[in-house]
Design a protein around this ligand. Structure first.
Ligand code: B4P
Length: 188
């Protein structure tokens, strides 16, 4: 199985590139951000709890997102592989993902990390916020909080995957197609 963690700060292009990678490699796309927004749209209790946190730019508790990923893996036993977009975001999530995949006799193939500086991230997210309707994209202080959460809790995951020789850094600035080509080269 080809199991890719697409990694990067908020606005690095994970969702954008995932859509293209899914099509080329025929993988299942698992975005915890999309799954949480689905729960919010459906008005579930989980969605209501998640919305409060997402609107402040802070991470949702590990057990919620790990549970969502577990059920998606169980629902897709015949998948050729998965793109994990925006998951894992903490070391506890990465450890849980390794355990879930080991139970299914598979594992992470590589982590592809999109590298983008903070000024560019803020510019992209504010731009998207104009028409996405996403409340977490509208306000610069919420965006700053998301980046702070990323630096404190998510960035250390680069070391987690580097220790397994699975980390590959990719320049995330430039034309979307050129970045896509770099990702495909890294997948090999
Ligand atoms: P996500 O939905 O994962 O949102 P994101 O980090 O903003 O990335 P996204 O994939 O949407 O944006 P992209 O970079 O593609 O998370 C939202 C919130 O959900 C989190 O803050 C957290 O609260 C919660 N959450 C999600 N997963 C969680 C987890 N595992 N644990 C705990 N909490 C979790 O694109 C951004 C913009 O840039 C787009 O407008 C795009 O068009 C543009 N863009 C892309 N590539 C570009 C390029 N090359 N040049 C110019 N613009 C580009």
């Amino acid at each position: 199985m080809l199991n890719i963690v697409l990694f990067g700060p908020p606005g690095a292009g994970k969702g954008t590139q995932s859509a293209m990678l899914v099509e080329k490699y025929m993988l299942n796309h698992l975005s915890t951000g999309d799954l949480l927004r689905g729960e919010i749209a459906a008005g579930t209790a989980l969605g209501l709890e998640a919305k409060k946190l997402m609107d402040q730019g802070v991470l949702v508790p590990d057990e919620i997102v790990i549970g969502m990923i577990r059920s998606k893996l169980d629902q897709n036993p015949d998948a050729k592989g998965f793109i994990f977009d925006g998951f894992p975001r903490t070391v506890a999530q990465a450890e849980a993902l390794d355990n879930l995949l080991t139970e299914k006799s598979t594992g992470i193939t590589c982590m592809l990390a999109l590298e983008v500086n903070e000024a560019e991230l803020v510019k992209r997210l504010l731009h998207r916020g104009k028409d996405s309707g996403r409340s977490d994209d509208q306000d610069e202080s919420i965006i700053a909080n998301r980046i702070r959460e990323y630096n404190a809790k998510t960035a250390p995951l680069a070391n987690y995957y580097a220790a397994q020789n699975k980390f590959k850094g990719i320049n995330g600035i430039g034309e979307i197609d050129a970045i896509f080509n770099s990702l495909c080269e890294a997948i090999g």
